[in-house]
Ligand binder design. Structure first.
Ligand SMILES: Nc1ncnc2c1ncn2[C@@H]1O[C@H](COP(=O)(O)OP(=O)(O)O)[C@@H](O)[C@H]1O
Ligand SMILES: [Mg+2]
Length: 260
């Protein structure tokens, strides 16, 4: 099932000689359960694209559909609510609330939405990420890698339609980057979560099931990642494949529903 789609997405900044075509016609489609990397050099438009996908900023032209919903056709207040319920964000600098403990940070978006957290699910996510033991710690008592794992748990806790991550390992050393990336991938598979992750790190992109390459605000290459065959995108291509059957079984058990 298609969970995310853009059509002719453009974002221009400035005008005249100072016109910057940050996005210049991006049309793409992401299937439920895919773990897609968006790769490109600095200034290629990656963050701008992520902001549009998440409804954080309005495009100059074009549309974004999340779970079939034309998000920019919503009124601003409706978009805010839709975003909170359907889109999980992970940023480079974690964006945790310093005066809340780990558990409170994880369930904050749900509480802002007046929803009761699914405690069992939240616990499972936190255990998978290895932070359940630290649930009463404050963010400043945690390492960068641990803080990012809290941010991942927070993004997953509301069972969003999509998780958007902008350089999630950008502030981490290479060992922690690999670890956080591995956990993102494992939780994505375990909970059937669709993830779109920006990176300029080619090695990290190779862990994803699909790599979308952008330059000058345009896609120049997009495809299943041949180096990777355990993402859900790969399973979709090969639904009866032996190698992927086990992942499929796990996903049926742990599968996420987001009927909101
Ligand atoms: N708010 C803004 N105002 C003007 N130009 C911007 C703004 N945000 C981004 N840009 C420009 O748009 C282009 C793409 O930026 P960005 O999406 O941040 O790239 P990336 O994340 O790939 O490094 C760059 O040329 C950048 O300078
Ligand atoms: Mg960026």
């Amino acid at each position: 099932m298609e969970i995310l789609k853009t059509t002719g997405l453009k974002k221009y900044y400035g005008s005249g000689a100072g016109l910057v075509r940050a996005l210049d016609g991006i049309s793409m489609s992401i299937e439920e359960g895919e773990f897609a990397a968006v790769v490109g050099t600095s200034g290629s438009g990656k963050s701008t694209l992520l902001h549009m996908l998440g409804g954080l900023d309005y495009p100059t032209e074009g549309k974004v559909f999340v779970d079939g919903k034309d998000i920019f056709a919503l009124r601003e207040t409706e978009l805010t609510i839709f975003r909170r319920r359907n889109i999980g964000f992970i940023f480079q600098n974690y964006n945790l609330v310093p005066v809340l403990n780990v558990y409170e940070n994880v369930v904050l978006p749900l509480e802002l939405d007046g929803e009761k957290p699914d405690r069992e699910f939240v616990r499972e996510v936190m255990e998978t990420l290895g932070i359940y033991e630290r649930r009463t710690s404050m963010p400043n008592q945690l390492s960068g890698g641990q803080q990012q794992r809290v941010a991942i748990a927070r993004a997953l806790a509301s069972k969003p339609a999509i998780v958007l991550a902008d350089e999630p390992t950008g502030n981490l050393d290479s060992r922690n980057s690999k670890e956080v990336m591995g956990l993102l991938k494992v939780t994505g598979e375990q909970f059937g979560q669709t993830i779109v992750m920006i990176t300029h790190n080619e090695a990290l992109a190779q862990l994803c099931s699909r790599v979308i390459r952008i330059e000058d605000g345009r896609i120049w290459k997009d495809g299943e990642n041949p180096a990777q065959n355990c993402g859900m995108g790969a399973r979709r291509q090969n639904p009866v494949g032996k190698r992927t059957g086990e992942t499929a079984a796990r996903n049926v058990q742990g599968g996420i529903r987001h009927e909101k």
